[in-house]
Ligand binder design. Structure first.
Ligand code: GLA
Length: 384
């Protein structure tokens, strides 16, 4: 049985092109359990691919053109690897992600074949769940399926990151693209963002992952993100190392007085977060939900006080979550400044958790949250 989203993509394709698609591909969004803003510091992250994704129904064309209908935006875009025009229009950003990937793949000499396609997604946009990486990886998967070229998740993740960095202009790390490309069902994946080594770790038995969208989004996220990145690079330069990954906690504590207060807080977050992330992977391997929860809580405090990327909605959501029965831990997730928090919850408390949190958060903020439980899924794949 195709999912509702797959059916929507297929129906959109038929309505647009008057025939059936021959290939269907998908790529997931993600939630990061711990390891925030560590990826561009060559550190460690522990995300999982979620049951929210982007699906493309397509059929190869012979003239090299890509013609795509977006069922979410009700827009059509058309381009070819040799005719790529950047359009600075935020209402057509979905098309820019697709063009960026086309540019990046063709620049890497992947043999591209054009296609007609219909794209549909259910990853909330701008919520810190990587809707953009899902579009990028689904596009790469579509090209790989259309031309039948070899799919290597790591290589594709790098090419999609390049699209985001150079075509879109956001200096993001590798986490989102890597997990969308290589996610593993039932597991989070510990990613070493320097070597790109992957270690799948199972979710603790009897627990579920709840995603809690605060319904807040912040403008100017890109500049705040790039500013954090520059501050981390300044700290690494001070220590004379390529990246903050290379500074351990003891070295930091011995020399932190040399740094300005802001740079010191930023570095402390990244250095302690790397350590927490490695510990979290150990806790998961041992099936220790209590320890994992505590590490998530400490991560939130570090993002709130040292990295300063939470907002009051996220702080409220996390505090409320920690008061609920069966909640092991909670933290904001993703780039920050709005969007989602994530909680580790005992399975038997999951439905009560969603119910309580929805009404408590609404009462506290007058905002209507969206709270749902998700399994961990596989990375980008061909459905048929
Ligand atoms: C965004 C970026 C990632 C990562 C996170 C923060 O999602 O795309 O590369 O830096 O923020 O952990």
């Amino acid at each position: 049985m195709p999912s509702a989203l797959t059916t929507r993509a297929i129906e959109a394709y038929k309505a647009q092109f008057g025939e059936s698609p021959s290939i269907i591909v998908r790529a997931p969004g993600r939630v990061n359990l711990i390891g925030e803003h560590t990826d561009y510091n060559d550190g460690f992250v522990l995300p999982m691919a979620i049951e929210r994704e982007v699906v493309i129904a397509l059929k190869p064309r012979s003239d090299g053109y890509v013609v795509v209908y977006s069922s979410d935006y009700d827009q059509v875009t058309q381009f070819s690897p040799t005719e790529l025009l950047r359009i600075d229009d935020p209402t057509e950003i979905w098309a820019e992600y697709m063009k960026g990937v086309t540019w990046s793949l063709s620049d890497a000499n992947d043999p591209l074949v054009g296609w007609d396609g219909a794209i549909a997604g259910d990853v909330p946009i701008g919520a810190g769940l990587s809707s953009s990486a899902a579009i990028e990886l689904a596009t790469a998967r579509a090209f790989s399926a259309a031309a039948n070229f070899h799919w290597d998740g790591r290589v594709m993740a790098r090419l999609c990151q390049r699209a985001e960095n150079e075509w879109i202009g956001v200096k993001t790390g590798i986490m989102d693209q890597m997990i969308s490309a290589t996610g593993k069902a039932g597991h989070a994946v510990l990613i070493d963002c320097r070597s790109l080594e992957l270690r799948p770790v199972p979710l603790p038995e009897g627990t579920v992952i709840a995603i809690m969208d605060t319904a807040t989004r912040r403008e100017l996220v890109t500049s705040a993100y790039n500013e954090r990145r520059a501050q981390c690079e300044a700290a690494a330069a001070h220590f004379g190392v390529p990246a903050l990954r290379d500074v351990d906690i003891r070295t930091f504590e011995a020399r932190e007085h040399e740094l300005s207060p802001v740079i010191r807080r930023r570095a402390r977050h990244v250095i302690t977060e790397n350590d927490r992330t490695l510990q979290a992977a150990e806790a998961m391997t041992a099936g220790d939900a209590v320890r994992l929860g505590k590490l998530m809580n400490a991560s939130h405090v570090s993002m709130r006080d040292d990295f300063e990327i939470t907002n009051s909605a996220l702080n409220t959501m996390v505090s409320l979550a920690l008061e609920q029965p069966g909640c092991y831990g909670a933290r904001m997730t993703g780039g920050g400044f709005g969007g989602c928090a994530v909680a580790l919850v005992a399975q038997e408390h999951a439905s009560g958790f969603i119910e309580n949190m929805t009404s408590l958060y609404k009462a506290a903020t007058s905002l209507t949250p969206s709270i749902f439980v998700t399994n961990a899924t596989e990375g980008a794949s061909i459905i048929t």
